[in-house]
Design a protein around this ligand. Structure first.
Ligand code: GLY
Length: 325
């Protein structure tokens, strides 16, 4: 039994391992671990109290994948429900012939299955951070949002300009990854995020996109990503890594090749990227585009998780057309 996670998963990895030890499935462990991160008010890139989008609304994305069958479930742009990973799992588990539900449809589904609803998902502290950032970039066209009279950008406010000013490569990272191998050798992977701080409303990252931010296949292994999701979407990173394993590469070679694919991306917007991956033998690896990163892992023989350094494939950040000129 093995669980690997991004380092912000430390709050959940031990409970996830305890579930595996009691005979729980890899899917159970992934869900349990991620829920604890989603409920953590001090984690601002996942679940409750994450950084909101540019109009001060929290939109959550998550996905889960079952390596036995390649069944998957995902939600995107979901508001008001903290446990996006559990709703994603139900998209997969229920008699529903879909993989990904977004926005009002995801919220409707969450209501229909009785998912926990918290409504207000942001603390005053986070709203103050958001407001300060908006004021700093000259966002001035505010109107009162009923019924609470909180000031938010007007419908015709120039969000395109504000997003460009408010966002920088450091603010597009975050997200939690969990990958587990259970006592039967089955593999599952899960990802949950509140996405970029100050993103354009409706922006969806790699986390709910199967093949981009998340992929698991019992036969070859699994991969999950954090970082600038647009890059993982463009390179198909999680699926690519698992496909490289299928083609016979070692875990290290497959991970390096998936990172090289990201490094080779053109275009004007390149930020930081990280991934974790494992194979059915229980070998695992973490990669990052920057030095200093780590991930965590725990086996059934360990009382607590340990941290391991991520290997680096450097990807220089560039932000906007002017960065290339
Ligand atoms: N990797 C998370 C996101 O880009 O939303």
């Amino acid at each position: 039994m093995l669980i690997i996670a991004s380092s912000n998963g430390a709050i959940g990895i031990d409970q996830a391992m305890q579930a595996l030890k009691k005979g729980g499935s890899a899917l159970d462990a992934v869900e349990i671990g991620i829920r604890l991160v989603e409920a953590n008010p001090d984690e601002h890139s996942v679940g409750y109290n994450g950084y909101p989008n540019i109009i001060g609304e929290l939109e959550l994305d998550a996905s889960i994948m079952d390596g036995r069958t390649l069944d998957s479930g995902a939600v995107a742009l979901m508001r008001g429900f903290p446990y996006a990973i559990s709703v994603a799992r139900q998209v997969m588990a229920r008699e529903l012939p879909h993989v990904l539900l977004a926005g009002e449809g995801a919220e409707r589904f969450a209501r229909e299955i009785g998912a926990e609803h918290w409504g207000e998902m942001l603390t005053d502290e986070i709203m103050a951070v958001w407001r300060k950032r908006m004021t700093a970039v000259g966002a001035t066209q505010w109107v009162a949002r009923r019924p609470d009279d909180i000031l938010v950008p007007a419908d015709d406010a120039p969000l395109l300009d504000w997003v460009k000013l408010a966002t920088d490569p450091e603010r597009v990272e975050g997200t939690v990854n969990f990958i587990a191998i259970d006592g039967k050798g089955d593999i599952a992977s899960g990802v949950s995020t509140s996405g970029w701080a100050w993103k354009y409303p409706g922006r969806i990252g790699d986390s709910p996109i199967i093949g981009a931010g998340n992929y698991a296949d019992n036969r070859y292994g699994a991969c999950a990503c954090t970082g600038m999701g647009e890059m993982a979407i463009r390179a198909g990173t999680a699926r690519s890594l698992v496909l490289y394993l299928k083609l016979g590469l070692s875990l290290g070679e497959a991970a390096r090749r998936a990172m090289n694919d990201l490094r080779d991306l053109g275009g004007d917007f390149i930020g930081g990227m990280n991934l974790i991956a494992l194979n059915p033998k229980g070998e695992h690896i973490g990669m990052s585009s920057r030095a200093g990163g780590s991930y965590i892992y725990q086996t059934e023989a360990m009382d607590a998780c340990q941290e391991r350094a991520r290997e680096v494939v450097e990807i220089p950040a560039r932000w906007g057309r002017e960065a290339r000129e």
